[in-house]
Design a protein around this ligand. Structure first.
Ligand SMILES: [Zn+2]
Length: 380
């Protein structure tokens, strides 16, 4: 499946298209802004503009062979890099090969599903082997056109930690003297974490959050979501398509979203129930393993219920975003003796901790039964 079109960012696109038209497009750029707003898609759009066979005044044509092969992530001169977990490897050469193999696997997943949200068991990063692979490709002549483009997503993962100090320095070398036929596009949602020496060599392009309408359009057109549901999901997306996709896993299946919302409600009610058995049962009703994406979605849903509970408890019912139809239930819960806004805030923090743990190898049922007990304590 091809990449979806770019949603939003009209100003940034106009500015970049005009620079490209004037022949002033920088060779090294940094697209930055909040997570999930489409920075890497924008970087691909820019790659399309650089490689397009018949560019228009407002950007790439979207139709030519080059534009289409970038849409399918198949252009031999457009290289998409992103942080990956460290594979087990005995030697630096093996590590390099395995990293390139893992990049291929991840690209294949993105080709099969452009809305694919990567899920890794270990924290992803940029390793020396990744940068060596990038350098090797940068040193080669373009395979079909006259230029090469590198998109380096989440570039802040190249921070000088002990494992990646040398990776950052090696990348810096490339930025200092990029081959004349090479365009480098970095993206980052945390540009403050980039090495200052890297930041000083790239032209920054700042992207803003999308409007709720832009996120809704994406959900309706790309995920075929019903209008009303898309609007309510867009309302809690914080202007980030990535966040909407995380909340709506399984390709945005409306049933999944509804089910998660209900599971979130059941969990909240179980957390507040008087009996320990109710919490135990609710935790055990969650699939023990396998569906990690689903579990993450369930936790996200509980966090959204708690935020809405917070809005009611703080006397701001019109900011309820997620559980609008269940306001009566929220009001009842909010009026419990002992429930305070600070407690709800603490409960939300507990959910965030559980979300971090869910990224590791801990059994979801264990995470959940601990979580429900902590939430109960915070809310009583
Ligand atoms: Zn084109």
């Amino acid at each position: 499946m091809p990449l979806p079109p770019v949603y939003g960012h009209a100003d940034a696109r106009a500015m970049l298209a005009s620079a490209a038209r004037a022949g002033n497009l920088s060779q090294s750029l940094l697209v930055h802004g909040p997570a999930g707003i489409g920075k890497e898609r924008m970087a691909m759009w820019l790659a399309q503009r650089v490689m397009c066979e018949a560019p228009r005044a407002d950007g790439p044509c979207g139709q030519c062979r080059s534009c289409r092969s970038i849409d399918r992530l198949e252009h031999p001169d457009v290289h998409w890099f992103f942080p990956l977990p460290r594979p087990d490897a005995a030697t630096p050469e093996k590590l390099r090969d395995k990293l390139e193999e893992a990049r291929g696997v991840e690209l294949e997943a993105r080709r099969a599903n452009p809305h694919h949200v990567p899920q890794f068991d270990k924290a992803p990063a940029y390793f020396m082997g990744t940068i060596q692979n990038l350098q090797r490709l940068a040193g080669m002549r373009p395979a079909v056109g006259s230029r090469k483009v590198f998109v380096v997503g989440d570039a802040e993962a190249m921070v000088p930690q002990e494992s990646s100090q040398e990776a950052a320095n090696a990348f810096l070398k490339l930025l200092e003297e990029p081959p004349a036929d090479t365009t480098l596009i970095l993206t980052s949602s945390n540009p403050g974490a980039l090495l200052p020496t890297i930041k000083s060599r790239v032209l920054p392009i700042r992207l803003l959050r999308l409007t709720a309408d832009e996120v809704r359009d994406f959900l309706v057109r790309e995920l075929k979501m019903a209008d009303g549901e898309a609007a309510s999901l867009a309302a809690v997306s914080e202007g980030a398509i990535g966040r909407a996709l995380r909340l709506a896993p399984a390709g945005g299946n409306a049933g999944t979203l509804q089910r998660q919302r209900e599971t979130g409600r059941e969990l909240l009610q179980a957390a507040l129930a008087d009996s320990e058995a109710a919490r135990f049962a609710a935790a055990n009703a969650v699939a023990p393993s396998g569906a990690r994406g689903e579990f993450t979605g369930t936790l996200e849903s509980l966090a959204l219920w708690l935020r809405d509970l917070m809005a009611i408890a703080a006397g701001a019912p019109d900011t309820v975003a997620y559980a609008g139809a269940d306001e009566a239930l929220l009001r009842r819960l909010a009026s419990r003796p002992g429930l305070r806004a600070e407690g709800v805030a603490r409960a939300i923090l507990h959910v965030q901790e559980a979300q971090e743990m869910a990224g590791g190898n801990v059994n979801p049922q264990l995470i959940l039964s601990d979580l429900l007990r902590s939430v109960r304590r915070a809310l009583s």
